[in-house]
Design a protein around this ligand. Structure first.
Ligand code: ATP
Ligand code: MG
Length: 112
């Protein structure tokens, strides 16, 4: 078994005019809880968006269970067991609580 469930190596990310992540290294062992702290605009959300496939890094490597992973979309991240729970959750007011909770994970049956 790999030492780390998630590893970031030399990850950098820029937006026009701003280098947000500069050669970031991160290691997460099974069962660990990390707090990501920094001032407004430090790059916390950008970091989360990179590991959840919302943004692509400009350089660097992401490993899942010790293997290089391509996280191109949030669906890729979901398939790898990575999920983000956002600060400002938005609900769809016209559907049920259950439908809101299972949005995107609805039980479906393929037609025969
Ligand atoms: N999609 C984007 N396009 C351009 N610039 C962006 C984009 N997303 C973030 N930035 C810029 O990147 C920097 C880091 O932003 P980020 O949202 O990651 O910071 P944060 O640490 O989450 O801040 P906060 O504490 O306010 O949530 C900021 O300068 C922000 O303006
Ligand atoms: Mg943020």
């Amino acid at each position: 078994m790999a030492n780390y469930v998630l590893e970031l190596k030399h990850v950098s990310k820029s937006f026009p005019g701003v280098k947000v992540l500069n050669d970031v290294h991160f290691e997460l062992k099974p069962g660990e809880i990390h707090a990501l702290m920094g001032e407004n605009g430090a790059g916390k959300s950008t970091f989360i968006k990179i590991i959840t496939g919302v943004h692509q890094p400009n350089s660097g490597e992401i490993l899942i269970d010790g293997k290089p992973a391509e996280i191109r979309t949030p669906l890729d991240a979901q398939a790898l067991g990575i999920a983000a729970i956002y600060q400002h959750v938005t609900c769809f007011p016209d559907i049920s609580v259950a439908e809101n909770i299972f949005m995107g994970h609805e039980k479906t049956v393929l037609p025969l």
